[in-house]
Ligand binder design. Structure first.
Ligand code: SF4
Length: 336
């Protein structure tokens, strides 16, 4: 796999002359900022404060915190994904890389085999960079890091390597939204599209379902900072290039507190925020342990949430501006 790096270096000089668009991380590479960002990111690992859990373990010495990942990158699968939002999918798919482990760890996670049970492969920076380049070569419209927060230094190191080999496809930071200011400061000027999932407005439920404290305030601040960095989602020829895209998973019995999430986005960010209201909740993993999470979302509950989003003033809902195509979720899937 790493040999693809060499092929990209050879092809790059010819190809770059025809690229009309430069990603934020390529600009950072050219200015020398990306190198400093990588060094800064790696320094956080020795007393880990990559996310608001602030475990302060030394991951460079093999210690592991809540997310159960050490100093090496770890992934579960990668490939073009056609089930993401239309501005990410286009014709070539979104180049997803599913990272193993998670800093939030919802007890109802649909990907619990990856996030909780750590079904994945420990790899190195070179292979991670080669995966990014392979996704670009396959025609994916972006490199979509799924659950990346706890592996930010590893991913930035690989991104630098891939960028030096010619990578120039927008990076999507597909995260939980429970982010530390330290990590977001490092990502400023590197990430093209932030795609946080704003899950809860009710701290008590957030704590019961994830064990994460002060969720509402921390996530509001994180999303404000993401918007400050990248602004509204910019779509060119149907494809997202830069900006903010927020997801919200509606839970049964309104356990997520959806209305407050929508009001916050409309009032504190902008009514033109691109928002995807997700209705696919079904009980997984340990969801049966909590009353209310033991059943799927009803169609009435979902319709009600969509109406609530509109009443809150949101006018750029994925469901209205880009109705989903019915395509298979995955083209390829590599599970190690
Ligand atoms: S990234 Fe992992 S080790 Fe670091 S603070 Fe978050 S949960 Fe803890």
């Amino acid at each position: 796999m790493p040999s693809i790096l060499l092929r990209h270096v050879c092809e790059h000089n010819h190809r770059e002359r025809f690229l009309p668009y430069t990603t934020k991380y390529r600009e950072a590479l050219n200015s020398g900022k990306l190198r400093r960002k990588v060094e800064e990111a790696c320094s956080i690992l020795s007393s880990c404060r990559l996310c608001p859990r602030y475990c302060e373990v030394d991951r460079t010495k093999g210690e592991k915190g809540f997310c159960k990942v050490g100093a090496e990158p770890m992934y579960s699968s990668y490939g073009p994904h056609y089930g993401e939002e239309s501005p990410l999918v286009g014709t070539g798919g979104s180049g997803t890389i599913f990272l193993t482990g998670c800093n939030l760890g919802c007890l109802f996670c649909q990907n619990y085999d990856i996030s909780h049970e750590m079904n994945g492969k420990v790899t190195d920076i070179e292979e991670m960079a080669a995966i990014m380049l392979a996704l670009e070569k396959k025609g994916c419209h972006n490199i979509n890091f799924v659950t990346p927060t706890h592996q930010m230094p590893q991913l930035l190191s690989a991104l630098e390597l891939a960028a030096r080999a010619g990578l120039n496809t927008p990076v999507v930071w597909n995260c939980s939204g429970y982010e530390s200011p330290e990590s977001l400061a490092v990502l400023d000027g590197v990430v093209d599209i932030y795609m946080p999932d704003f899950k809860f407005s009710i701290d008590e439920n957030a704590y019961n379902f994830t064990g994460a404290g002060n969720f509402w305030e921390i996530t509001q601040n994180a999303i404000k900072e993401m918007y400050r960095q990248v602004g509204e989602l910019v779509i060119e020829d149907g494809i997202g290039k830069t900006g903010l895209l927020v997801r919200h998973l509606v839970l049964p019995r309104d356990l997520a507190g959806s209305e407050e999430v929508f009001k916050f986005i409309a009032k504190e960010i902008t009514p033109d925020t691109y928002v995807n209201v997700l209705g696919q909740y079904r009980p997984c993993y340990k969801a049966w342990e909590y009353e209310g999470l033991e059943r799927s979302l009803s169609s009435d509950e979902y319709s009600c949430a969509l109406e609530t989003a509109k009443k809150a003033g949101l006018r750029r809902l994925d469901q209205e501006v880009a109705p989903r195509r019915k395509l298979p979720l995955f083209d390829i899937k590599v599970r190690n």
